[in-house]
Design a protein around this ligand. Sequence first.
Ligand SMILES: [Zn+2]
Length: 233
Amino acid sequence: MSDLTLAVDIGGTKFAAGLVEPDGQVVAAERVATPQGADAETLWHTLTALLDRLDVPAGLAGVGVGCGGPMTWPEGEVSPLNMGGWRGFPLRGRLAGRFPGVPVRIHNDAICLAVAEHWRGAGRGSAAMLGMVVSTGVGGGLILGGRLIDGGTGNAGHIGHVVVDPEGPPCGCGGHGCLEAIARGPGLAAWALAQGWSPNAAVTRGELYQEEGTATARRLAADAAAGDPIALA
Ligand SMILES: [Zn+2]
């Protein structure tokens, strides 16, 4: 019996997996790019090949999975918006079949982030917090009274589709003016460009970026940190 937990992160850009000690220390980790446009079994085989690379010990304490929504919860049939090959894919069940006798838990990736920040990050010692992910989308997870709030369908704290501007832009969910439609990374960059932000200004200041010459939210955040007034706004 091992006391290690296998942690798995399923995203539209990458799959990542790690072995984690009871205190949260990551002792091994691997990642692989998510195959784009792949069918269900190709995605599954990409994941199992990644897990094979990890040299997972026998008798894990558990398997924990964060995955983009939507999903049925806690059953864990996933249909990630940005991964068309998985629609109602029984990810939790398939992993349970691969690791017999080991408890497998799955939750929305933003909720996993909130729990991690509460346990080992910015939310330590806080009884009430909202953890938020701002990337291609906007997600969230809610801690109240020191405990994770799941909600009846596992969607509590999913702040991305709260309407913040009824006259706002259309959202991928079919609504209008959701927080995600306005504040997702690409939305932030588009707004800043419309205000006259130039992502190339930082290049002329001699700063280095991984994504030279592109108007990304990552660069916008770097410009905000450097004091650019539009990026700050
Ligand atoms: Zn929405």
